[in-house]
Every structure is written in structure tokens, then in C-alpha cells.
Write a protein that binds this ligand. Structure first.
Ligand SMILES: Cc1cc2nc3c(=O)[nH]c(=O)nc-3n(C[C@H](O)[C@H](O)[C@H](O)COP(=O)(O)O)c2cc1C
Length: 403
């Protein structure tokens, strides 16, 4: 897994809301991204979960009290931790801490630390809907956003207090996603990126279809990476079992025909188009209107060719656009990839060997980039998120050069 917060010092500030227990998962997810996480808790937070849980997981005493502190750098811990921090996350953030931060109040370890912080601060409010929608909290949130804090909007849904509305603690994975976005340079800002992903399904009858093993992971990783780098992303996706990245325009399709329409439609606005989808080459010629019964000993399906989406995209491509394809092959990768690059008027093709447990469905990928000018670059096996970022680096340099 790509550790996008490797060697980063993150301070997790936990205040006294009912969602304190979810901060434990957030801590684990931040650590999974390679961050070194320190924890500060308010007195109210410790009413919900003891500091021992956070201490055991973070490997360092939790900072809870400005004055009764037995650690080595006790007298200045609030300053030292603030100086060391690359990022501070207040989660869950109570109405109380939001008010205190907005007005510069420093009356305990956590609020005093926050005043000394110079790095980015991410705030995850979580509270009863009426509290969240109160004028005072909304006013204080505005102040904090104007002060440069990143607010992660709370979710809407059933609340612990029995009501329903805005104020739920966001999913820890979504908080980490927004943090990674915050920490990623926005080198694709202003660019529109179109990605297709996943398999297509070609109906045999109303209940059966022909498809392939594409999981959509590679295309989704590219869409996610592009969004984190500031691009406006359209993701045309066949049926997959994975969560779509946040803040991308998702267009769901089933068949190759639908994918062609959606992809070519979105291509007009795209600066960069990456076709990762594993589109079925053939579809059933005469789809049965009703479920086919098992009366015959043999059933012969006649297949006809699907439209070649990449070829159509290559014909439509303007000179200011970069078009990238993927070639999933089980043999003769280079020969097949280069042939496809030329035949379809691509700027670059990403070749990967699939089958035998490689490529489809896995988290890692081993790819080779083939460029229009003949350059070839082979990457070692790595996480699909990492492949996505390197691919976007190469695409960006092609786009900046006007190919
Ligand atoms: C059971 C219970 C649940 C609470 N949940 C929340 C909450 O989700 N959000 C919130 O802002 N306050 C909540 N509070 C109120 C805070 O704990 C209270 O305002 C406290 O002073 C916050 O202190 P702190 O900001 O220093 O942690 C809750 C209180 C109780 C008793």
C-alpha cells in the first residue's frame, strides 16, 4: 500500500462527543498511511474513551493536562508538539472546541496546543443537528474556514440522540481521503480528466450476461489520484464492487454501447482521457427477450463485434487533448501494445500482463508505459494508487508539452 503520509507528524485532537470511539479507527487509518500520530484529549473526551486506548495505539502518552503532566518535556509539550506537527486533525470536534478555536480561547491542553499550531488544521464537527445548525456554531465554523482551517462536512443521517439530520461524524476513511487531498499538490488544477473503468456487461437474456474479471481498481485509482491533484474528474464506470472516489462525476453504465456513448460524450470537455475499462469486444447478436430455458442439449450464442471505443476516441481527439489507453494482454505485451498505440492514435499506452493472478482484481500492478515517440518505461510491481500517480505525472508532462 502506498503510504501517502509517510514521515508526517499528525496530531489527532479528540474532543468530547459521542463519536470519540470512531477517532480510534481514524488513528489506525492515519497510521496505515505512514503517519506518526500523537493524540491530545479533552477532559470531556476522556469521559467517553480512556486515553489508554489511544496511548496503546499511538505508542506515546496522550496529552491531556497542561499542568499535571509527568512526561519528559511536560512544561512545553503544547508548544513542542505544535512545532513538530505537519498536520492537525480535530476529530470529533465538539461545538465547544469550535467556539473556543474561533475565539482564541486556550483554557486546557488541547485548546492551548491549537493556538500554537502553524500547520494546516482539519476539523471534523460532529454533534446533534440542532447544535450543528445553530447560528453560533455556523458563525464559528465560518470564522475557522476564513482562518484557513479545512472543514470536513459532517454526514447526514440517523444520530445517536435519536434524531436525523446533519451532524454525524464522517466515515474515518472519508476523513483520511480528504486529508490526503489536502496534502497532495494541486498540479492538475483546472484540467478535466475523463477515466473509464471496470468491465462491461453484455446481456444474453434478461438475467444473464457476458463480462470479464476487471475489478475497476486501476481506473478508480486514477480517478481518485486525479481528483486529489485538483482535476475535475468524470468517471465512466461499468458495474464494480468498489466505492467511487469522493467528488468525481460518476456515470454508471452496463454495456459497451452505453460506455461508448458516455465516454465520447464526456470527451469533448476533457483535457486528458484515460480509457482503462475492459470493454467486451463482442456482444450477443440476438439477445433473448425472455429468460432462456434449459431445454436444448447445446446452446449456441452468436456474437457480434462491439464498437471500438478507443478507436472512436482517437479519431475524435483534438491536438490539445491527451488520450491514453490500457492494453491488458496475456502474451506479446510490447508488440500488441505498440500496435494498439498506433492504430488508435493514442499518446501513450499502459501495458500490463493479465491472467494467472496478475492485473485483474489485485491491489498491485506491474505496468510498462509505451509513448508515441517510441520511449518505453517499465515500472516495478507496485500499488495501483502509486501507478496512478506516476501515470498522471507522465500524462501531465505530455499535456504541458502539448504532446
Ligand atoms: C452523552 C453525551 C454526548 C455528547 N455528544 C456531543 C457531541 O456529539 N458533540 C458535541 O459537540 N458535544 C457533545 N456533548 C457535549 C460535550 O461533551 C460538552 O459540550 C463538553 O463540554 C465538550 O467539551 P470539549 O469540547 O472540551 O471536549 C455530549 C455530552 C454528553 C453527555
Amino acid at each position: 500500500m502506498m503510504e501517502q503520509l509517510k514521515n508526517k507528524n499528525v496530531v489527532l485532537c479528540v474532543t468530547g462527543g459521542i463519536a470519540v470511539y470512531k477517532a480510534v479507527e481514524l488513528l489506525r487509518l492515519l497510521q496505515k498511511q505512514g503517519a506518526k500520530v500523537r493524540v491530545i484529549m479533552t477532559r470531556a473526551a476522556m469521559e467517553f474513551v480512556t486515553p489508554l486506548t489511544f496511548q496503546a495505539l499511538s505508542g506515546e502518552p496522550v496529552f491531556t493536562d497542561l499542568f499535571n503532566d509527568n512526561t519528559v518535556d511536560a512544561s512545553i509539550r503544547h508548544i513542542r508538539w505544535a512545532e513538530d506537527a505537519d498536520l492537525v486533525v480535530v476529530a470529533p470536534a465538539t461545538a465547544n472546541i469550535i467556539g473556543k478555536m474561533a475565539h482564541g480561547i486556550a483554557d486546557d491542553a488541547l485548546s492551548t496546543f491549537l493556538l500554537a499550531v502553524r500547520s494546516r488544521i482539519v476539523i471534523c464537527p460532529a454533534m446533534n443537528t440542532a447544535m450543528y445548525e445553530s447560528r453560533a456554531v455556523q458563525r464559528n465554523i465560518d470564522i475557522l474556514e476564513n482562518d484557513g482551517c479545512l472543514l470536513i462536512e459532517p454526514g447526514v443521517g440517523d444520530m445517536a440522540c435519536g434524531t436525523s439530520g446533519a451532524g454525524r461524524f464522517p466515515a474515518p476513511a472519508d476523513i483520511v481521503d480528504r486529508i490526503l487531498t489536502l496534502m497532495t499538490p494541486k498540479d492538475l488544477k483546472g484540467r478535466c480528466v475523463l477515466v473509464s473503468a471496470g468491465p462491461t456487461r453484455e446481456a444474453i437474456d434478461p438475467v444473464r450476461f457476458i463480462s470479464n474479471h476487471s475489478s475497476g481498481k486501476m481506473g478508480y485509482a486514477i480517478a481518485r489520484a486525479a481528483e486529489r491533484r485538483g482535476a475535475m474528474v468524470t468517471l465512466v464506470s461499468g458495474p464494480v464492487d468498489i466505492e467511487p472516489p469522493l467528488h468525481v462525476k460518476l456515470v454508471k453504465v452496463q454495456s459497451a454501447d452505453q460506455m461508448k456513448e458516455a465516454f465520447l460524450d464526456a470527451m469533448g470537455d476533457a483535457d486528458i482521457a484515460v480509457k482503462v475499462a475492459a470493454v467486451a469486444d463482442y456482444r450477443v447478436k440476438n439477445q433473448a427477450e425472455h429468460k432462456i430455458k434449459k431445454t436444448e442439449e447445446q446452446l449456441v450464442l452468436e456474437l457480434e463485434k462491439n464498437p471500438d471505443i478507443l478507436k472512436c476516441a482517437g479519431q475524435k481527439k483534438r491536438s490539445d487533448q491527451v488520450l491514453v489507453g490500457f492494453a491488458a494482454e496475456t502474451q506479446d505485451l510490447k508488440e500488441n501494445a505498440v500496435k494498439k498505440l498506433e492504430a488508435k492514435n493514442l499518446d501513450m499506452i499502459v501495458g500490463n500482463l493479465v491472467g494467472g493472478g496478475k492485473g485483474f482484481g489485485t491491489d498491485d500492478n506491474t505496468v510498462t508505459f509505451f509513448f508515441k515517440d517510441g520511449r518505453v518505461e517499465s515500472l516495478e510491481s507496485m500499488d495501483k494508487d502509486q501507478v496512478a500517480h506516476i501515470l498522471l505525472d507522465r500524462i501531465l508532462s505530455l499535456h504541458s508539452k502539448g504532446q
